[in-house]
Structures are given as structure tokens and as C-alpha cells.
Write a protein that binds this ligand. Structure first.
Ligand SMILES: CC(C)(COP(=O)(O)OP(=O)(O)OC[C@H]1O[C@@H](n2cnc3c(N)ncnc32)[C@H](O)[C@@H]1OP(=O)(O)O)[C@@H](O)C(=O)NCCC(=O)NCCS
Length: 165
């Protein structure tokens, strides 16, 4: 009944509505968006989940550079429509997209989000202790996940958008 598909340009307006409803219309002020300014999403890792024709959920990823030397991904936003929450759709989209990211050769993912939600997928604040974002974020929400064990070992420095020219 549910189908996961790569996000298409025509999905944009529905996704924007979902994101406004999920995060509020001031969401663009959030610190994680500073890594999305002057950046472009990783098209092959942006997915929508539909139930029939209805958009139920969306996930996006962005290219980032850690400490001027290590390419990685920023996950977010992830949103599940209010009516579809608690049915494992968020979990399904995360697992699907992380598996795909691994297949495509990415080795690490960062995000700003709720630690209790993301811990089961392998995210931890312990992996971002030496990394800094362009803007301060609430303590305890900046997390990393290694798709390849040790990928974030020894990295220290700023995290920046990787889509800038
Ligand atoms: C957070 C959100 C994506 C969860 O989507 P969902 O489809 O309802 O989540 P799932 O059903 O896949 O839940 C997976 C697990 O996380 C738990 N969970 C759900 N929301 C959670 C939260 N906010 N904090 C901690 N755990 C949470 C569920 O109980 C479930 O646990 P289980 O596997 O033991 O049963 C959704 O509520 C949402 O879009 N919220 C608004 C936007 C948002 O906060 N996005 C996340 C960015 S940090």
C-alpha cells in the first residue's frame, strides 16, 4: 500500500506543506538550514513515501564537508504527516535511505535531531564531539552515524555545505 520513490520536482509543493506543518513556518531559521543554504540536496537520496496518491512522508539528504577533508551527508528534514505517525513510516524511510547511502559509497551521516529517535539507527552525539556547525544548535542534538565503522575517527573541525562552488 505504501510506496517509497525518489523525490521528483513535482513533489516539491506537497513536501513544503508537510514540512511547514511538521516544523512550523519558521523552520528555515533553524541552524541545520545553514548547511542547506547554497547547497543542493543529494537527489538520489531524497525520497517520498506515498500511500496511494497521498504524500505521507519525506526525507532529504545534503552533501557536506567535514573539516575540509571528509565528504559526508546531512540528513534532514525527515517528516511524517500527522495522520500517518506511529506506523513506522519514519523508521522505514530512514532505514531505506541509509542503506541506499551505503550502497552509493557514503560513509558517514550527520544530523541535528532528537537523540532518542535516532539512536536505534546508530546515531550518537559521541561521534560529533569534535565537530562544529556554522550556527550553534541546542546541546545534545548534533549526532553522527558511521555507515563504515571508523569513518568519523579523528575528524575535528567545521562542518560546511559541500555544494558551494
Ligand atoms: C519524528 C517523526 C519523523 C517520527 O515519525 P513516525 O513515522 O511517527 O516514527 P516511527 O513510527 O517510525 O517511530 C519509530 C520509533 O521511534 C519512536 N518515536 C517516534 N517519535 C519519536 C520521538 N519524537 N522521540 C523518540 N522516539 C520516537 C516510535 O515509538 C518508534 O519506536 P519503536 O520502533 O520502538 O516502535 C514524526 O513524528 C515527525 O515527522 N515529527 C515532526 C517532525 C520531526 O520532528 N522530524 C524529525 C526531525 S528531528
Amino acid at each position: 500500500m505504501y510506496q517509497i520513490k525518489i523525490e521528483q520536482p513535482g513533489d516539491g509543493p506537497e513536501i513544503e506543506t508537510l514540512l511547514d506543518q511538521s516544523f512550523g513556518s519558521d523552520r528555515l531559521q533553524r541552524a541545520a538550514y545553514r548547511l542547506r543554504d547554497d547547497n543542493a540536496p543529494v537527489a538520489e537520496l531524497c525520497f517520498v513515501l506515498r500511500g496511494g496518491t497521498l504524500l505521507c512522508a519525506s526525507i532529504r539528504y545534503w552533501p557536506i564537508m567535514i573539516a575540509d577533508q571528509h565528504p559526508a551527508l546531512l540528513l534532514g528534514p525527515l517528516a511524517v504527516g500527522q495522520a500517518w505517525r506511529g506506523r513506522s513510516l519514519g523508521k522505514t524511510l530512514i532505514r531505506h535511505s541509509l542503506a541506499r547511502a551505503n550502497i552509493l559509497g557514503h560513509d558517514a551521516v550527520l544530523l541535528v535531531g532528537d537523540v532518542d529517535y535516532y539512536r536505534p539507527f546508530g546515531f550518537s552525539t559521541a561521534l560529533t564531539g569534535n565537530l562544529s556547525l556554522p550556527n550553534p544548535v541546542e546541546p545534545g542534538r548534533f549526532q553522527g552515524c558511521e555507515l563504515v565503522p571508523g569513518a568519523l575517527d579523528g575528524l575535528s573541525g567545521p562542518v560546511e555545505p559541500a555544494g558551494r562552488g
